[in-house]
Design a protein around this ligand. Sequence first.
Ligand SMILES: *[C@@H]1O[C@H](CO)[C@@H](O)[C@H](O)[C@H]1NC(C)=O
Ligand SMILES: *[C@@H]1O[C@H](CO)[C@@H](O)[C@H](O)[C@H]1NC(C)=O
Ligand SMILES: *[C@@H]1O[C@H](CO)[C@@H](O)[C@H](O)[C@H]1NC(C)=O
Length: 489
Amino acid sequence: MNKFSFIVLVLSITTISAQSKDKEKEEFECPPNSGNGNFADPVTCRRFYQCVDGYPYLNRCPSGLYFDDVQKFCTFKDEAKCGPIATTASPVTEAPSDIAQRCNPAECELPYCYCSKDGTNIPKDLNAEDIPQMILLTFDGAVNHNNYPQYMKVLGGKYTNPNGCPIKGTFFISHEYSNYLHIQNLSYTGHEIAVETISLQQGLQDKGYEEWVGEMIGMREILRHFSNISNSEINGMRAPFLKPGRNTQYKVIEDFGFIYDSSIVVPPNKVPSWPYTLDYKIPHECKSGTCPTKTFPGVWEVPLNTHYVESFEGGICPYLDQCVLHNHDPEEVLEWLQEDFSRYYEQNKAPYMMAFHTNWFQIKELEQGLHKFLEWATSLPDVWFVTTTQALQWITDPKRNKELNTFDAWDCRKQTTQTQRPCYNGNKCGLAFKSGNVTDTRYMETCRECPNKFPWLGDSEGTGISGRDNYIYQSKEPAPSEENENEKK
Ligand SMILES: *[C@@H]1O[C@H](CO)[C@@H](O)[C@H](O)[C@H]1NC(C)=O
Ligand SMILES: *[C@@H]1O[C@H](CO)[C@@H](O)[C@H](O)[C@H]1NC(C)=O
Ligand SMILES: *[C@@H]1O[C@H](CO)[C@@H](O)[C@H](O)[C@H]1NC(C)=O
């Protein structure tokens, strides 16, 4: 799967922190018919508004910088043309076709586009009995000494797929408390590394473009720098708390060359949903209320189908650890998972996503129940535990069961990672970390040299110069004018 665009990391001055909760927001109205963009705050040039779909997000320039209403970014005081400056430029209007329409299968063809009326169709209309049942194990949050041994019990090679390769999983990494030596080892051994965010801040779904870029591209940069994982191996993202960032987050996905998102929850349905591209409207209800509404051609959504059993015992949950199974013994946990799984396996074989936080592994019965499930599921001839990217490789080019032993994308002997073999002993770095007005210490392990400061938003390499990073993308197609202006700098 090729990336359609790539980014250049430019070390520069513009990091913008959104302050969307501020009261002033209410008083500013985005100019009608002017499309998206940045607008001067009439009150002060220390701030500006970013309009996205007519909604104003208040942003503050980094300390020492001022908003230039001609160039539309923050710069030094003596260079900034303070706004608002009347403009005679022709208004940018967005084509109405931008709003996603209902799936039109006649115009949506694999490998670039996939949709079906209610989201439950098997790609290429294959028969369920001919295709594999994919299981996606995903792990969210930090990876560190507290959970790495438990994750290795699952993914360390004990369980294998029908082709003899060890089962694989996907990690959506957040930064704080992560151990970058462990993450490097996971990548090196064929597990997929994807990004959540640097800070796991609440309320990100209401923030602007710069904030999403800072969190997600910053996280990708940290992984590149401290775990030797190149950008081209990081294909996916997941919004914290499964609160997608409306169209803003998906614009980041598009601009920075990600292949998929996995943040959207499908409500409990009789038949589970297959992944789809965002060329068309989402084929199910959006419970979070913050799903994208525009079309993002070719961007994949690998949704989280809600887990539940017929009796609703244990409740309903996208993350397995959010169902209430604590009072179950391992055998009952196994039975619960089997019943939930059979809704996929016996119907349309949509990928079965088992999404976990570390919490699951802190309860013995749940951990043991999972191992019973893994033993059982890996004994089935048509069940494959694959990474999210491997699942998309199958979906974009579906194969029947009998072809799978020669399917290169799932063959560990055919795979190469660009990630360097991890060192034996990492550097254990104790780093200063300022949160609020307290300076704390955070520990971080990496094969790289220890940085000066704990890496954070705007300073992914931990140089100690905050606001040092500025991420600008380049794509094959002409960039929208706003980004062109940034690039001139
Ligand atoms: C990396 O993973 C391999 C295989 O799972 C394991 O044997 C090794 O101890 C791990 N190394 C580190 C540094 O965690
Ligand atoms: C990974 O490490 C190798 C060897 O040190 C280096 O050549 C390569 O540039 C690194 N890749 C990334 C993405 O940091
Ligand atoms: C920061 O310092 C002020 C004054 O010393 C104190 O009142 C406040 O609680 C502190 N905030 C945090 C987050 O520690």
